[in-house]
Design a protein around this ligand. Sequence first.
Ligand code: GDP
Ligand code: MG
Length: 163
Amino acid sequence: MSNIVAIVGRPNVGKSTLFNRMIQRREAIVDATSGVTRDRHYGKSDWNGKEFSLIDTGGYVVGSDDIFEQEIDKQVELAIDEADAILFMVDVEAGVTGMDEDVAKLLRKVNKPVLLVVNKVDNSMREAQAVEFYSLGLGEYYTISGMNGSGTGELLDALIEAL
Ligand code: GDP
Ligand code: MG
């Protein structure tokens, strides 16, 4: 399989919402090992005639903050190994969090395309708030609303260009 795209980010940023918007059919639910991660979702999508497989990293977590952090790291490591390109999603409502910074630190070392996606930019007011994500050291970002779809066309243009 080629053209694998993984969506990573801390819980609640909107990964699954974007995933569901992008896939045509659900391919498989793969059960993970520990009781911590419930599943990873795989789907297929295409844009401008280019097909790609999409991974929605779950990262459902129970337990302490430590396990929480470890789990996100594990998901990111898996994505880094498996994917040809990574969508790193953050949430403009929440702003930059410590967990975002930890994930960014891992992703800055990756020698694969990483697209920083600022989600929940549902209106133009929120566009201005997104500038704070430059502090993650990943360069340019794409503002989208996974909920209403705005910005997703530009993101997909950039994604297939990067693949
Ligand atoms: P995940 O944990 O990263 O997979 O996040 P989900 O896709 O489950 O979404 C978490 C919450 O954020 C849900 O209540 C979504 O409805 C909400 N959400 C997702 N995308 C958007 C968005 O673009 N704008 C707003 N306002 N809410 C969103
Ligand atoms: Mg999810």
